[in-house]
Design a protein around this ligand. Structure first.
Ligand code: SAM
Length: 332
């Protein structure tokens, strides 16, 4: 098989691969999972390090993947993470490698990860107040996150991005202070609209904090101007803050969907290809691989999985169905 691309029927080509390395997490963010956690995937269903590297290699060498982002669950708790990063880097020195993480323990691992070939991290942080952090994550770990962020910056994994979700009556009044803090510390902050991906199915369109409200909050303290650089397939709309150079991003997945420009594809920790966060079907590459499929066969199955990608996630559509798997099991 000649190298090909992951194209769908609407002309989109996926080049950005999100790989979940575990469905487990050491935080319990209220908008993601219940306090008691979830029924985690059984160990034998999780791809081994070799299997992860093999599938990522198929994506890069045969299917045009140019960006790989490791996520979860919490990818830093995956024992083989550094090795997986190093081996992925060896497949192609030009591929962009990043990590979406809550940064717990990152202060111990940032240098090693950077040396293994990790380019960047996206750290999730919804507040800089310890009490609000405890309320949202149900863990008293804010200081660890702040140490992890600083370590990522010191290790040269820049720009260090922060993803924040605003929850009504919990931290929605803190948007300006979080932005001021991020700018002061040199982090690139992006706000993400809360999506219907929580395990408890508590999300409601009426209660979520919309992009419109996020702008209102921020504009009470800052002047935001649409950034001039083209957005391309980036999910965040970028704005300069008070004339720049600092910027802030808003990812309005619900109220201003950007599905038409989507270039993403996902691989779950148990080896299922998902062509969208909100896909209702998955394609089982793990079973095929464990039954002896060769790389070209796996690539062909992956290509077929992409053809079924729907034009949009349809969250605002009355027929919308929340996916069976929560964000933590798909890979955020
Ligand atoms: N544990 C890692 C972390 O904290 O970044 C990676 C996985 S986490 C599921 C990835 C991102 O998804 C985090 O930024 C988190 O805030 C976000 N997230 C989780 N549930 C969400 C939801 N229902 N809507 C929007 N974002 C959500």
């Amino acid at each position: 098989m000649e190298p090909t691309v992951l194209a769908d029927r609407y002309g989109r080509i996926a080049t950005d691969l999100r790989v979940s390395l575990t469905d487990r997490c050491n935080l319990r963010c209220s908008y993601c999972m219940p306090a008691e956690g979830l029924d985690w995937l059984p160990g034998e269903e999780i791809l081994t390090d070799d299997e992860v590297v093999r599938l990522v290699g198929v994506g890069i060498r045969l299917l045009g993947v140019r960006e790989v982002r490791f996520t979860g669950g919490e990818p830093l708790i995956r024992r083989g993470l550094v090795d997986i990063v190093r081996r992925t880097r060896e497949i192609d020195p030009a591929v962009e490698l990043s990590l979406t993480t809550n940064a717990l323990g990152l202060h111990r691992m940032a240098d090693t990860l950077a040396a293994a070939g990790l380019d960047r991290v996206n750290v999730s942080l919804d507040t800089i107040r310890a009490d609000t952090f405890n309320t949202i994550t149900r863990r008293d770990r804010l200081d660890d996150v702040l140490a992890g962020l600083a370590a990522a910056r010191d290790a040269g994994m820049t720009p260090v991005k922060i993803n924040a979700v605003l929850l009504r009556d919990v931290n929605d009044d803190q948007a300006p202070e979080l932005l001021a803090w991020a700018i002061e510390h040199g982090y690139a902050l992006r706000f993400i609209e809360q999506m219907p991906l929580d395990a408890q199915h508590d999300w409601s369109r009426a209660a979520m904090v919309t992009a419109e409200e996020i702008f209102e909050r921020l504009e009470s303290r800052f002047v935001l101007t649409p950034a001039s650089e083209p957005r391309g397939s980036a999910p965040a709309e970028l704005f300069t803050v008070d004339g720049g150079p600092a910027t802030v991003g808003v990812i309005a997945s619900v109220t201003r969907p950007f599905c038409g420009d989507c270039d993403r594809v996902r691989l779950t920790a148990d080896g299922q290809v998902r062509n969208c966060l909100f896909a209702r079907e998955e394609s089982d590459l793990r079973a095929a691989m464990r039954a002896g499929a060769g790389d070209e066969d796996l690539a062909e199955r992956w290509v077929v999985a992409m053809r079924g990608k729907r034009p949009g996630h349809g969250i605002d559509d009355p027929t919308f169905l929340q996916p069976d798997r929560p964000m933590s099991a798909i890979g955020g």
